[in-house]
Design a protein around this ligand. Sequence first.
Ligand SMILES: [Zn+2]
Length: 227
Amino acid sequence: MPVSRTALPEQLAEGYSRFVNQKAPAAQALYQRLGEGQTPHTLVLSCADSRVDPTTIFAAAPGELFVLRNVANVVPSFERYSAEGQGALTATAAGLEFAVGHLKVSRILVMGHARCGGVAAALHQCQNPEIAEQKDSGRYFIDRWVAQMTEDGDSVLAEYEGEGPAVVQQQLEFRNVRQSVKRLRSYPFIANAEADGRLSLHGAWFSIADAALWWMQDDGNFGIVEG
Ligand SMILES: [Zn+2]
């Protein structure tokens, strides 16, 4: 039994209507092919932030990017989450395993961004460590998740002491990308694929206000990409 589009929330119905009437017909052959399976070339891990959409930034067609998103684009530590009882229950780790082990993507890009709420929450926790002990704050899961960045947050706060909050926040956003790329190598299936030359690892940071991408270079510094 067909469902009327009016059954959908209005904002979603309008978007779906544009997709069906304007985009899908032109992409019919592509979708037909994708119906058989996917061979994305790149895995992008980005923040769940609504302003930072990898498919939009790289103008990618369906089937090109395997996208994982979580709060603050954090790669969880392999040691921490693969331990029995810690639950290998991170969607991020499962997605990495699937994309690298089964889909055989050629590269992984960890993409951070400006004004990241998750990074700000981690810094707030560094400055108010008692938060981590609170159970009824209404942000139980957020506090535990962003705690993965507090060690780096403490380092950045010490290194950039005296700098304004915007500088400190940006430096932790950069550092979180660097550390996440580094932690990718703690997953044996990623380290092996990289060693065999089947996989390359990259970092980037999206500056929202000017819609510009910054790329992580070999020395770990970020530079704006020429348009
Ligand atoms: Zn974010």
